[in-house]
Design a protein around this ligand. Structure first.
Ligand code: PRX
Length: 695
């Protein structure tokens, strides 16, 4: 036994366990009581790391975790006290909830009666604490050598100017604002400015197509859309304003017209005179925002007032407007950031996610700034101008916490160690992973090569809906197993249930659910509380259902096994198979489509589409391309199918339901595992499908 004080190389560790069968909680092994036979699969933090860690031992985690479960109100109130509240919450209503549909409508609330403002807490509070001169945001542009920075004091001023402008055009508390911007500093500034005045931001990832943007505009009816004229991604210029123009035409056709399109002139890419313009509606950011005062009163909002909507994919074609509120989200993102990355005030933090996704909301903008951190915002792509860009940036800014996605790790791993080892990377202290399960070989490469075998990896499992980390190693607290998200964060009670919704104890596999709410939980789907209840709370009564499969090993470590619904995860981007299908069938020559996920070496999952054509239309390469183009224009390039498999027919049950299980096996080329096909209306379809090669 005993905890070794040296970090080990992890090459010899076993691959991920298949997961089946016994105990919950933290086992003796993790507590360091019986390490002998388990040592080979554990990676220990160094004694040096643990000595200064916020949580430095499994025992300390266990005590804090138990308190958070036994007394959530006390645990979270103490943490919330460190923030500024204009009015304190009602002590008897720290948390109130009903997750059980049989007992009435599902509702969750935290810190009820409290009034606060997340922008004030993330920015002004740091200035008032004497850190006004500290860098809040560093910016690294697409081209090496293009950069910028803002101190906390400068950030408040920028945020206030925009907030004042928004107020001047009538944007107020509760109004929606759509933000369609690349990773310029204006993006977090815009989010904070909305939060400051109580407006509800909805950031749409700037890789979404005009159609997708229009769909979101029509759903949330923003007072204003914020964008920029153009941006370069790698070597390629993208005319964002043209996409917005098309979206605004489309949304007008669908009954909603946007009054103002505030456009940032991204001068290094495109000049204003080259930008298409609609006078009366379009306004240059630089012409108006800079004229406003650099001070702006804060709108104090209720803890349960909405902070933002973020659209995400589900199992139907219509995206869901996940709604997060102010108080609980603030406390939760700040706390998870602090512990999961063992944050120290001297850290330089870089998260490669775009603010268009939840990771960018919680862990580029809010979580880090609430901790007064120095955050790097990177506009470019990780392999431009070459595969060494990330490590060049790490050295340039002395990044100490680097948080990214497994897909990026795998793609850089393929480019070879040389791109990594030519940089020093000695500032790195903690690494993080998010978006999909990280396979053990990518984990080891990240750990050994990027982190020089000295940086713990926080493999953070969470979702758009959860607001913040749900399971993650706390670096310094316990030994890790490559590929496992380890244990729940404070206050989170994960359970694994079987088909019938019975909790299974110990070593087992099943559906991952959460018992009880946590402060960062989403409160509803915008305009559709029924769908909220149906999707998340009806499948297993009394629990929040995550949509993920999970197994727990004999030491109590959790291993996420991927989505169990019709959602796939491509390069960490969540895509509904139904959305891709509906884009494909909108092609006039496509009669029917069925989309499944298939294992992909770099992306984690690739998109595999079975397509049935309208009678009499022949297969062709040209048609394949135009089908893919259809998905690009309806959703965005990131959702383009990797494979089109021509399908004379699709395997359906007699009641007409497509049997995706069979399609998944065909896509994975596991033809001997097709299982029972006798319930198909026409079992002959399967042979036809196998005979026709994908192209
Ligand atoms: O399947 C899980 C996977 O990503 C899904 C959530 O996607 P999204 O809402 O887009 O949020 C992504 C960023 C939080 C989950 O249902 N996922 C996310 N992180 C992990 C993960 N799967 C395994 N391990 C992770 N660390």
């Amino acid at each position: 036994g005993g905890t070794p004080d040296k970090l080990r190389h992890v090459e010899s560790m076993s691959e991920r366990p298949s997961g089946a069968g016994s105990i919950s909680g933290i086992s003796a092994v993790v507590l360091g009581e019986s390490l002998a036979d388990e040592e080979h699969e554990l990676v220990f933090p160094s004694a040096e790391f643990s000595a200064t860690a916020l949580v430095s031992s499994p025992q300390q985690y266990k005590e804090m975790y138990e308190r958070s479960i036994k007394d959530p109100a006390g645990f979270w109130s103490e943490i919330a006290d460190a923030f500024y509240w204009k009015e304190k919450w009602n002590p008897s209503e720290v948390c109130s909830e009903n997750l059980d549909v049989s007992k009435g409508p599902v509702h969750i609330s935290w810190f009820k009666g409290g009034k606060t403002n997340i922008c004030y807490n993330a920015v002004d509070r740091n200035v008032e604490a004497g850190n006004g001169d500290k860098i809040a945001l560093y910016w690294e542009g697409n081209e090496p050598g293009q950069d910028g920075k803002l101190t906390y004091s400068e950030l408040v001023e920028k945020v206030c100017q925009l907030a004042n402008y928004l107020k001047s055009v009538g944007v107020g508390k509760g109004d929606a604002v759509i933000i369609y911007l690349p990773m310029l500093l204006e993006l977090p500034i815009a989010m904070l400015a909305c939060a400051r005045i109580g407006a509800v931001h909805s950031v749409v990832f700037a890789g979404f197509s005009a159609d997708s943007l229009a769909q979101r505009i029509v759903d949330c009816k923003p007072k204003l859309v914020l964008t920029c004229n153009a941006v370069k991604r790698g070597p390629k210029p993208i005319l964002l304003k043209d996409i917005v123009d098309a979206a605004l035409v489309e949304s007008e056709k669908n009954g909603f017209s946007v009054g103002i399109c505030l456009t940032y002139e991204n001068q290094s890419v495109m000049k204003r005179q080259d930008t298409k313009w609609q006078a009366g509606r379009d306004v240059w950011w630089q012409d108006v925002v800079t004229n406003f005062p650099t001070k702006c009163d804060v709108e104090w909002v209720d803890a349960e007032d909405p902070l933002f909507l973020l659209y995400t994919s589900g199992s139907t074609g219509k995206p869901k407007g996940v709604m997060h509120t102010s108080g609980g989200y603030m406390v939760y993102t700040a706390t998870t950031f602090k512990y999961a990355f063992d944050y120290k005030p001297t850290d330089i933090y870089w998260c490669t996610a775009d603010c268009g996704w939840i990771t960018g909301h919680s862990y580029v903008t809010y979580g880090p700034l609430l901790n007064g951190a120095a955050v790097l915002v990177f506009e470019g792509t990780p392999n431009y101008p070459n595969a060494g860009r990330c490590w060049d940036i790490v050295d340039k800014y002395k990044v100490s916490i680097f948080y990214t996605a497994p897909t990026l790790v795998r793609s850089l791993m393929r480019d070879g160690d040389e791109y990594v080892t030519r940089y020093s990377r000695k500032s790195l202290r903690v690494l993080g992973s998010v978006g999909e399960p990280i396979n053990p070989s990518a984990w080891r490469w990240f750990y050994n090569v990027v982190g020089d075998s000295k940086c713990p990896i926080s493999d953070t499992w969470w979702q758009t809906e959860t607001g913040g980390f749900m399971m993650t190693p706390l670096p310094g607290a316990w030994p890790q197993k490559p590929g496992s998200a380890t244990f729940p964060f404070f206050g989170v009670q994960p359970v694994i249930v079987d088909e019938k919704g019975q909790e299974i104890e110990g070593e087992c596999s099943g559906y991952l659910c959460i018992k009880k709410s946590w402060p960062g939980a989403f409160r509803t789907l915008y305009g559709d509380h029924d769908r909220y209840e149906t999707t998340y709370f009806k499948p297993f009564a009394g629990y929040y259902f995550t949509g993920d499969g999970c197994s727990r090993d004999k030491d109590g470590y959790h291993w996420l096994t991927g989505r169990v619904d019709d959602v796939i995860n491509v390069s960490g981007h969540r895509i509904g198979t139904a959305e891709v299908e509906s884009a494909l069938v909108s092609h006039p020559q496509c009669a029917e489509a069925a989309v499944v996920g298939v294992e992909h070496e770099v992306k984690g999952q690739g998109i595999y589409a079975f397509v049935t054509l309208v009678d009499g239309i022949p297969y062709s390469e040209e048609l394949r391309k135009s089908l893919i183009a259809k998905v690009r224009t309806q959703i965005g390039a990131f959702a383009a199918p990797d494979r089109i498999h021509w399908a004379p027919g699709l395997p359906k049950t007699r009641s007409g339901k497509i049997m995706r299980r069979i399609l998944r096996k065909i896509a994975a080329k596991q033809l001997d595992e097709l299982g029972d096909i006798s319930t198909l209306a026409d079992p002959g379809v399967v042979d036809q499908l196998i005979a026709l090669k994908d192209c």
